[in-house]
Design a protein around this ligand. Structure first.
Ligand SMILES: Cc1cc2nc3c(=O)[nH]c(=O)nc-3n(C[C@H](O)[C@H](O)[C@H](O)COP(=O)(O)OP(=O)(O)OC[C@H]3O[C@@H](n4cnc5c(N)ncnc54)[C@H](O)[C@@H]3O)c2cc1C
Length: 251
């Protein structure tokens, strides 16, 4: 239960508040506002101006409080990423849920986190107010962030734009979260990065190579232990390799 609510006007003020114990950033609040027995203090980010979307060189810079729906509607959002965002949540949630909140709260079944893992998204995380030595900001690759989920305020998410991107999935119904999904990003240099989702606590990076050679076997091998109540590992291995092949054909 939220027992204390702050709405700071500056990033420094927010970071000072967040350094207090049991105090969390409030994005869209779609998860954080659920009833719980624990008392939490929240720092609402809506007045910090972190809801921007802009192109800088070959990158799309997405402010942490940008909503899933505004990314989906952006002209810079790749079509296949739009499919992953639609699968992540229905429209009422997409209108509220922020990009950072979604990544922090994501599990292995998240199509959005799978897509951004494949794109090698970068997260800028602030841990405290600016000092005389400058801002205390660290940049994490999403692949390093997800297993640890270090505390701190995500301010910016950066995606590459000079890439081709494909996303494929299998689920019980067209709008359900996938039992397995594959996201493939290919850079002009040939670099090819495959992420798989649909299982476990975080999506999995199956391949990050200089070319697409070996993609299907990398997909198959990545899920050799991926058994849960939704599907067996044998099924996921077979489907992962088929989805990886479809992604490659779709690029
Ligand atoms: C009824 C319902 C049930 C749901 N159940 C689940 C569920 O069980 N599991 C699940 O994964 N999703 C669930 N969701 C989906 C959840 O809404 C999404 O994860 C959503 O995208 C979270 O985004 P938000 O901006 O609303 O985050 P919030 O609810 O505001 O925050 C979610 C988490 O992210 C942190 N956070 C937010 N912004 C930042 C930031 N800038 N920097 C650092 N940390 C930040 C918060 O402190 C909090 O820990 C549910 C949604 C609904 C409506």
């Amino acid at each position: 239960m939220i027992t204390t609510y702050h709405r700071p006007q500056t990033l420094d003020e927010a970071l000072t508040l967040l350094s207090q114990p049991n105090t969390f950033p409030l994005g869209g609040g779609t998860l954080l506002s659920h009833p719980t027995v624990d008392s939490v203090s929240v720092v609402d980010l809506q007045h910090l101006g972190l809801d921007t979307l802009r192109v800088k060189g070959n990158e799309l810079e997405i402010g942490a409080t940008c909503t899933l729906q505004s990314l989906l509607e952006s002209e810079h959002c790749p079509e296949a990423l739009r499919s992953a965002i639609k699968l992540e949540a229905p429209i009422n949630i997409r209108n509220m849920a922020t990009i950072a909140g979604t990544l922090v709260a994501s599990d292995g079944r998240s199509p959005f986190a799978t897509a951004l893992l494949s794109m090698d998204a970068k997260l800028s995380i602030d841990r405290g107010p600016k000092t005389v030595d400058g801002p205390s900001s660290t940049v994490y690759g999403l692949g390093d962030f997800l297993p640890l989920r270090p505390r701190g305020l995500i301010t910016l998410i950066t995606l590459p734009l000079n890439t081709k991107f494909a996303f494929e999935f299998v689920s019980r119904t067209p709008a359900d979260k996938p039992i397995i999904c594959a996201a493939l990003t290919q850079w002009n240099s040939g670099r090819t990065r495959l992420a798989l989702g649909g299982y476990d606590k975080s999506p999995m990076l199956a391949m990050d190579g200089t070319e697409a050679e070996g993609l299907e076997s990398a997909a198959r091998n990545a899920y050799h232990e991926a058994t849960d109540e939704w599907a067996s590992a044998e099924y996921r291995m077979d489907v992962a390799s088929v989805l990886a092949k479809r992604c490659l054909e779709a690029l």
